[in-house]
Write a protein that binds this ligand. Sequence first.
Ligand code: SF4
Ligand code: SF4
Length: 151
Amino acid sequence: MSEKPFWETLAPGEMTREQWESLCDGCARCCLHKLEDAYGGGIYYTQVACHLLDETSCRCSHYETRQTLVPDCVVLAPDDRDNLAWLPDTCAYRLIDAGKPLPEWHPLVTGDPQSVHLAGISVRGRTISENDVDDDDLEEHIIRWVSNTQP
Ligand code: SF4
Ligand code: SF4
């Protein structure tokens, strides 16, 4: 009988930092600008990405110093369950928090870091840098391929 993987047996607070960070599928959806409906109608994702996002690898180009360079970049912590609702529905941190399994395309499941791209989940090839978009025009860049269902 095969052993269950760590994400099915350990609570977030019991995971090592390495395990916790490996839950991130590398989609970079969280690096997109979002607009919040002022009347409680939810969060809308745009195709406009943080200027530090490497659009090819979908990785942060300055991961270790990101919070200094982008002060509103959110670092997810295992004990911060109240700060997950803004993430996309596909995000592993939301799924784990909701007691759901990781999707079949998740790199931890496939063993292949490329599977998130091959499944069309990552933002690769679908973004515009924030450097090229005026803040006032963000609404024009709302996308439908990232959903955020409020819990
Ligand atoms: S949305 Fe979640 S899984 Fe995707 S890159 Fe961001 S933290 Fe990682
Ligand atoms: S600083 Fe890096 S991790 Fe944070 S939003 Fe920008 S690209 Fe993403």
